[in-house]
Design a binder for this molecule. Structure first.
Ligand code: ASP
Length: 301
């Protein structure tokens, strides 16, 4: 068996003009994750480095390219989960850092804590040698313009809920022994209130991984994803049906029917078969499936 990696770059109404950039970003991330496997690294390392590629890519709402909150700040959420130990490590409402997923991974290596939030998360990151950055370093395009205007006037331009993108990123991987991992990273939703934490860094919501079945990463309307524990619901469906595509479809259907939620999910089972589903107009994703040799980079409509 060969390893498998699947990544996503958000589920929303991705405009035509951004499609190409999303495809390129997903491809680069999937390749980076797969390369980690080729170098003999673990599923955890594959998902962390795949997600870090998308955090560094300004097209996505994670790391560089994140959205501003109502107070003109960038607050980042990220999680990593390992399917063997069922342990997850996360940071929430973290400011002034470019790669929250690497900091979540550091939580894994260094502490008995599962989730660090706010100033404590920043202090932890600095103690571990991560270099803080400025707000401007994280902002691009109209987010940067808005920030500069906010500094000048103290007023933040109002924007539509989904305007400016909700391109949360995530990755799921299975190694040759059936060990799985998942990771998710986001700047959250545009103009969220300061301190608002979404589903992404919460275990079972934004991500879940269990070697007995597989790994999942979710994206979309955070409060709705939290209501149905989307990632855990998808893994439970996988345990029941054994089919990743069907499990993803069922989980999104549960979210839609129970709380009228919008979003998407990607998955890999421990045999290395991928699945994905979304009920938003579009979702960007890409995978390299070792078992079948199949490879796809797409915007699902
Ligand atoms: N789920 C993220 C949040 O609510 C947003 C997204 O996935 O685009 O923070």
């Amino acid at each position: 068996m060969k390893p498998t990696i699947i990544v996503h770059g958000g589920a929303w109404n991705i405009p035509d003009g951004l499609v190409e950039a999303h495809l390129k970003g997903c491809e680069a991330a999937a390749e980076k994750g797969y390369d980690e496997f080729v170098r003999g690294e673990s599923a955890v390392q594959a998902v962390v480095e795949a997600v870090a590629v998308m955090e560094d890519d300004p097209v996505f709402d994670a790391g560089i390219g994140s959205v501003l909150n109502q107070s003109g700040q960038v607050e980042l959420d990220a999680i990593v989960m390992e399917g063997g130990s069922l342990m997850s490590w996360a940071v929430a409402a973290l400011q002034h850092m470019k790669n929250p997923v690497r900091i979540a991974r550091k939580v894994l290596e260094d502490t008995s804590v599962s989730l660090f939030a706010g100033d404590g998360a920043l202090r932890f990151a600095v103690e571990k040698g991560f270099e803080p950055c400025t707000e401007q370093d994280l902002l691009v395009g109209h987010q940067l313009e808005d920030y500069r205007e906010f500094l000048r006037t103290g007023v933040l331009r109002t924007r539509e809920f989904f305007e400016g993108g909700c391109d949360t990123v995530g990755a799921c991987a299975a190694d040759t022994e059936g060990r799985v991992a998942s990771a998710t990273s986001t700047g959250g939703i545009p103009r969220k209130p300061a301190g608002r934490v979404g589903d992404s860094p919460l275990v079972g919501c934004g991500a879940y991984a269990d070697d007995v079945a597989g790994a999942a990463s979710a994206t979309g309307w955070g409060e709705k994803i939290m209501a149905v524990l989307l990632a855990k619901t998808a893994i439970d469906a996988l345990k029941l049906h054994g089919d990743p595509a069907e499990a993803c479809r069922e989980a999104v259907m549960v979210m839609k029917s129970r709380v009228n939620g919008l979003g998407g999910i990607i998955m890999v089972d421990s045999k290395g078969t991928v699945g994905y589903h979304h009920n938003t107009p579009r979702m960007a994703f890409g995978f390299i499936e070792g078992r079948t040799g199949s490879r796809k980079i797409a915007i699902g409509v």
